[in-house]
Design a protein around this ligand. Structure first.
Ligand SMILES: Cc1cc2nc3c(=O)[nH]c(=O)nc-3n(C[C@H](O)[C@H](O)[C@H](O)COP(=O)(O)O)c2cc1C
Length: 485
């Protein structure tokens, strides 16, 4: 199964598998689409294609990635762990030692990945229609107002493309965009993210930063925009790796940025570092709470390009579990071998939906020396966007951390809180509303491993309760006969 090359291809594939529901009745992008989609998303129901959205000529697709099966279909695999295995194979070819950044820098040098560099084309479906001046308007799009206290309509599934003004290296990030009017939006890139770094570089040079925002394209490109790829690497490479072929890109109309040729819509324009920032939000966020209003740069739209008949892809976030859990799950699985390359003692890790990615990480390790759990949590807080993790719980290798109940059961049994809990400090995700200061909070590491005598624990450690296997097998036969299991 190949990864789909466009949104249209993905939608057709989902439809043929019975995983897409078309809705012909007119629906309202203000709150109604959220109210209709939220229960479907929570139940891991189908992707939805709203064909008639009030006030817009375009159909709207949502919940495209909202299950394990659809996330796999988006990336052309039958199991997300298959991507991890491919990545691991690549890395085993020749891997320099070192930390995350070093490791990630090495990846494009590997031959196989070099074949996935984007391929520039001169004509592209995403530029079938080109609109400039007053015609370049966000009013064309069925942008959702997701929740009752949202500050306005928000574009929620964009690939925001910028380039480092010095090196020209591109970044693609998924940053929500609040529509202020037909030609301006907020640019909600958090300060730790790739787009914000390009913005700071442009500010130093006193230049406007060209921005292109792609909607749609290969689902792998949509996913890659939210993957925590290092700042200096273009997510187009990751997309090529996931697609198994180069991402086709075309030069944007208003700038030299390269945008996915197969996108549905591209919004082109700029952010001016000399312009005052504007209040953005509140927005009903993936924590299940409204993220607070704050000031962010303003995006100015100058050009819209789109396919003749385009589909508007979007999502909603809110109280978990939602669609974004599956996007995060793809990252979790894919990044395991990368994590293991710097921390080989990590057997597995898991970010449960309720932990909204940055609040809770379970890690199973092969413990080899006293204090090993603390070493692992400290190392994790130093790896890319793991820096945001508020609580890290480390358990022994035999614990299945994919089973959150098992992980809590084991960890809570094995801790003496004063001895086994570490408090430290670090950067907070912008969405941590409980942080004492915006961007800075405390962190908690819990050592839920069995304690060893050389860690000062001299009492005997008990064994897990397990029935004698042959007695249990015989008992199960009887239970089956009696209709009890
Ligand atoms: C649906 C969705 C919406 C997101 N919205 C934002 C956002 O508004 N601002 C932000 O900084 N990160 C947001 N993220 C997380 C970033 O996309 C993620 O951190 C990504 O790695 C950023 O790319 P970068 O590392 O190239 O900057 C969102 C993720 C998802 C799945």
């Amino acid at each position: 199964m190949a990864a789909p090359g466009s949104l249209g291809e993905f939608i057709a594939a989902l439809e043929s598998r019975g995983e897409l529901k078309r809705i012909g009745e007119e629906v309202d992008p203000r709150l109604e689409i959220t109210a209709l989609t939220d229960p479907v998303m929570k139940a891991q129901g189908p992707a939805l294609l709203f064909e008639k959205v009030k006030g817009s000529p375009a159909p709207l697709a949502i919940n495209l990635f909202g299950s394990n099966a659809r996330m796999c279909a988006a990336l052309g695999v039958s199991d997300l762990n298959d991507i991890a295995a491919r990545l691991k194979g690549l890395m085993e070819m020749s891997l320099p030692q070192g930390l995350w950044a070093k490791l990630m820098t090495a990846i494009p040098k590997l031959k196989e990945l070099a074949a996935f560099a984007p391929k520039q084309v001169s004509e592209a479906p995403c530029q079938e229609v080109v609109l400039t001046g007053d015609q370049a308007s966000l009013d064309l799009l069925p942008i959702l107002t997701c929740w009752p206290d949202d500050a306005g309509p928000f574009i929620t599934l964009p690939q925001v493309i910028t380039a480092d003004p010095q090196t020209g290296k591109q970044n693609r990030g998924m940053y929500r965009l609040q529509k202020f009017d037909a030609q301006t939006t907020g640019m909600h890139w958090h300060r730790h993210k790739g787009g914000a770094a390009h913005f700071r570089a442009a500010k130093e040079l006193g230049q406007r930063l060209p921005v292109a925002i792609a909607l749609g394209g290969p689902p792998a490109a949509i996913y890659a925009a939210c993957a925590p790829f290092p700042e200096h690497l273009d997510e187009a490479m990751l997309t090529g790796f996931l697609l198994g072929r180069p991402l086709k890109v075309v030069k944007a109309v208003a700038s030299d940025l390269l945008v996915p040729a197969e996108a549905e819509v591209v919004l082109e324009g700029y952010v001016d570092p000399n312009e005052p920032w504007r209040v953005e939000g509140p927005f009903g966020d993936h924590t299940g709470y409204y993220s607070l209003a704050d000031e962010y740069p303003v995006f100015h739209l100058t050009t819209v390009t789109h396919r003749k008949n385009f589909i508007y892809p979007t999502t909603i976030v809110g109280r978990p579990p939602m669609e974004d859990y599956w996007l995060g799950m793809a990252t979790e699985r894919m990044f395991l071998p990368l994590l293991q390359s710097v921390l080989p003692e990590v057997v597995d890790y898991h970010m449960p939906a309720e932990g909204v990615f940055h609040n809770l990480v379970f890690v199973a390790i092969k413990k080899q020396y006293p204090g090993h759990a603390f070493k692992v949590m400290n190392a994790l807080w130093g790896q890319g966007q793991m820096m945001f993790a508020k609580v890290i719980v480390v358990v022994d290798e035999h614990v299945n951390v994919q089973d959150e109940k098992e992980a809590w059961w084991e960890a809570l049994n094995h801790i003496d809180p004063q001895r086994d809990v570490l408090f430290t400090k670090g950067p907070a995700d912008a969405l941590d509303h409980a942080a004492g200061l915006p961007w800075l909070h405390s962190k908690m590491g819990i050592d839920g491993t069995r304690k060893w005598p050389d860690e000062g624990f001299t009492r005997p450690w008990p064994e897990r309760i397990v029935m004698t296997p042959e007695i249990q097998r015989a008992a199960n036969e009887k239970l089956k006969k009696w209709g009890l299991i």
